[in-house]
Design a protein. Structure first.
Length: 423
């Protein structure tokens, strides 16, 4: 991959965000200049701006269209105000989006669109019952089926969600969004392989779609494919904090500390008051051997979000690195108390105990990890390490065998080396 020299410019404030997606924005901008009275061209340009994170420019283009084009094309006002609502939704501005949806519904023939627009806005605040009420009044269309699928996904109704998304795909086969939302839903409900397949299809249909690239990147194991998707997501939307943070994590996992440092700095610059950006900054500091800096970052994250399991996990790891195992264990327990769905907390605690010679605790944490998350490979590695350190070669070998057959990021070569060293 080419060096991220452009990221250094972004972090130091020397680059304008807009250029990073110029390949997509340039064509859309040119289309509006060539056809200034074309509503669809104006919407395409505004949508490209929104996806790149340029919300003010997107709103300006849509309002220009609303003031100059709405009277010339029958459904122009409806389309333009609906896109304005979606831009407000992207900014998490519920009230302004709802105002625009009322405008959409007031247009001639716009009742159905108004209901779907309102449903999309309710989904911003996860109001599934309100959303489905609106959808039921909208009739069958691509937009209504997409919103219906999102609503059923919110309600964890697998069959209904998939059926609605598949219907949306049939109505608009070249659209990426149904694949994006279905893929994200499958990943979030632990159907990883199905989800990744849908996300790859979304990226195939729209290769420069930042959300599709991010969801694919975060759903893959930390490998070059994941890094490539996340790196492209940040190019398409330079202000995409979540993509920068995940990119930094994957870079760390691949041993690319310099790249991780750059990505974390970009996330921190976007929002220094965000807990995620502080945590990933601390992770990079810890990887660089700067435990005190990691403690500072963890405390900053907890100052923003006191119940952040990731911040407490970082603090625990930093204390463990400093040799303060009792303080570390206190934070590991606090982290797991907040997030009992994250096996890595138990794995980190077990590893820290093994390194500190607290073998009884190491066995306890790793045994809990393997019982509660039996398909998670790192938990079996942690148990094998604890058993090996405690002189149980047979038990360690069994645990390592299970690690090699399980899921998750397991260094198979390193595990086999550990097995070979057992006596």
């Amino acid at each position: 991959m080419t060096p991220r020299w452009w990221v250094l410019a972004l972090v130091s404030g020397l680059a304008q965000a807009a250029w990073a997606q110029e390949s997509a924005l340039g064509a859309a901008r040119a289309a509006t200049h060539a056809s200034p009275n074309d509503t669809n061209a104006a919407i395409a340009f505004a949508r490209a701006l929104r996806r790149a994170g340029h919300y003010a420019e997107s709103l300006a283009e849509l309002r220009r269209g609303a003031s100059t084009l709405a009277g010339r094309q029958a459904d122009a006002a409806q389309k333009l105000h609906w896109e304005i609502a979606r831009t407000f939704i992207a900014q998490r501005d519920y009230s302004s989006a709802m105002v625009e949806c009322r405008v959409v519904g007031a247009q001639t023939g716009g009742a159905a669109a108004g209901h779907v627009c309102t449903a999309e806005t309710h989904l911003l605040w996860r109001r599934g019952s309100d959303a489905i009420t609106e959808i039921q009044q909208a009739g069958r269309s691509y937009e209504s089926k997409l919103a219906e699928g999102r609503t059923y996904a919110l309600q964890l109704k697998d069959t209904e969600a998939e059926a609605a998304f598949r219907d949306a795909m049939s109505l608009k086969p070249d659209a990426a969004d149904p694949h994006l939302y279905l893929g994200k839903y499958w990943v979030d409900t632990n159907k990883i392989d199905q989800g990744v397949a849908e996300l790859k299809k979304a990226v195939e249909l729209e290769p420069s779609y930042p959300d599709a690239l991010y969801e694919l990147g975060r759903s893959l194991p930390a490998n070059q494919d994941a890094v490539s998707a996340l790196d492209k997501a940040t190019r398409e939307r330079p202000g995409y904090l979540e993509a920068w943070a995940k990119l930094a994590e994957d870079d760390l996992a691949l041993g690319k500390n310099a790249d991780a440092r750059t990505a974390a700095a970009a996330a921190l610059r976007i929002n220094p008051q965000d807990a995620t950006s502080q945590v990933v900054t601390g992770r990079v500091a810890l990887a660089d051997g700067k435990a005190d800096d990691a403690v500072t970052a963890a405390r900053a994250a907890l100052g923003v979000m006191a119940n952040s399991a990731q911040a407490k996990l970082l603090l625990a790891d930093a204390y463990a690195k400093k040799g303060d195992i009792d303080l570390a264990l206190e934070q590991y327990q606090a982290a797991y108390g907040i997030d009992r769905q994250n096996p890595d907390i138990l794995v980190h605690a077990a590893d820290a105990c093994t390194k500190a010679g607290r073998l009884t605790s190491a066995r306890a944490y790793s045994t809990t990890a393997t019982k509660d998350f039996p398909t998670w490979g790192p938990g079996w590695v942690a148990l094998g390490d604890a058993l090996a350190a405690d002189g149980d070669a047979s038990g360690a070998r069994t645990a390592y065998d299970k690690a090699l057959a399980a899921r998750g990021p397991v260094d198979a070569a390193a595990v086999r080396t550990k097995m070979a060293a057992l006596h």
